[in-house]
Each structure stands twice: as structure tokens, then as C-alpha cells.
Design a protein around this ligand. Sequence first.
Ligand code: GUN
Length: 286
Amino acid sequence: MTAEIINGKELSTELKLEMKEEVEKLKELGLTPHLTVVLVGENPASKSYVKGKEKAAAETGISSSLIELSASTSEAELLQLIQELNEDKTVHGILVQLPLPEQIREEKVIETIHPNKDVDGFHPISIGKMMTGEDTFLPCTPYGIITMLKSKDIEIEGKHAVIIGRSNIVGKPIGQLLLNENATVTYCHSRTKNLQEIASNADILIAAIGRAHAITAEYVKEGAVVIDVGINRLENGSLTGDVDFENAKEKASYITPVPRGVGPMTITMLLKNTIKAAKGLSKIEG
Ligand code: GUN
């Protein structure tokens, strides 16, 4: 079998066009969705992600602003800024780019963002609601993956989904979202024994490890759906995924490439969440 490719770039373009129309309507009603991104320090990867977010926002008519703080910013200063953004009625979504310098505790920052503006879906209240299946902001990469699966009408119910990676941003929440869709979910990680045996049982295989081409064709069951969340930079500067795409695609039924796979979807779902925030959905009083 040669897999059908799920092109996240094309799907993103379609979704952004839909969002652009929605934003135009909101603007006619006097509501311009606004995303504020906070970047602390000079991490080059973070800078490039943030640029991508600003560009995508502009494409859909969402307004965005970037607050850049020095790497020596204290935790108290950042928390103070977040409080101000929480109170600013013109700001609908707040995103603090991770990772943060080591003097700042990430969990304090995440907990300070008001849940109604938590467009990353990282706040414990958002995570709790996701677990119980209530409407909330979903973390952008898992939300993007589910959207990709649904765009191809891929059946999730009753399927065995194997997640490789257990980060708070990707692995844990994608497992939860697939469970919410009635998949049978197995989490694997760096301490998992017999990884290949478990992975090769998956109907839906999610690779979120962060190691180039770690998932070879031997990890892929014939006909499996393979979602590659990895973004690894090779020595020659090019980007590649966690999956050995060329060989895995000969066994999979569907596969996502890198680039033009999950990556563009992450930013697109952030914009969806920003519109949701502006519309005051997913609201918590107080
Ligand atoms: N760093 C890497 N991915 C993300 C993300 O989705 N959100 C934020 N805030 N930081 C990140």
C-alpha cells in the first residue's frame, strides 16, 4: 500500500480562508479578534515560530501584537504583564511562547493567564475540561491532528491509537482527545519496553518524540494512519520528522509529511482558538 498524504499546509490554507470570512463578519459587528504573543529572550526557534504566528494571523485579518522581553525578565515582571493583559478588554488571546528562561516557572505563567484567554489550552482549567469532554480551548497541535484526521473522514472510534511521547503539549493531550473520540489509547515513552511491538499494533500511530527518523517502517502496521509531529533540523538545515517517511509511506494508509504536515495546523488552530476567545465562547465567570 502507498499512503495518501494528509497535507497540513493545504488544509491550513482552506481553514484560514474560512476564518478570514468569519473575521470579516465579526469586524462588521465591531469585533476584531486580537492575539497578544509574549516572547521572553532570544531563542531562535521561538522567534521563528512567533513570526509564523503573526503572519498567519495577518492572513486571516486577526490582529496580533508581539511583546518582546529580555532574557533577564523576572517571573514577577512577567506575571504582572499577564495580569495587565488579562484585564485588557481589547486582548482576546494571550500566548506566552515556551520555553521560558530558567528563572521563570512555566506553570506559574500558564496558571496566571485567564482561562478565557488561554488560546494555547495549557491552563489546568482548560486541561481539566478537555479531560471531561467539556467545551474548552484545545491545545493547538492535538487539535490540529484531530482536525487532520476528520478532514479525511478517518474513523477513530474503536481504533487502537498509539502515542509515542508524553509531553504536556502534545503526547498527553492527543491521547485524551483520541480517547474522547472513543479510540483505545496506548501511551509510549522513553521508558517503554517493546516500543516497536506496541507501535506496530497501532491503527493510528502518533510520533511525537523529537528524534529524526526514529520511527522506521518496522514500527508501522500495514494500513496504519501515521501522524508525524516531529520537527527536527538536520545538519544541512532542512526540516524532517520523527518518521522515516519514504519507507513508512509504503505501509501506511495515510501519513503526514514534514514539513507541510502537522506544523502548519498548529498555528491555524491557534487562530481558531483566538476567534473562539474573541466570541467569548468557552467562558468562565470571574
Ligand atoms: N513552544 C512550542 N510549542 C508551543 C506552543 O504551542 N505554545 C507555546 N506557547 N509555546 C510553544
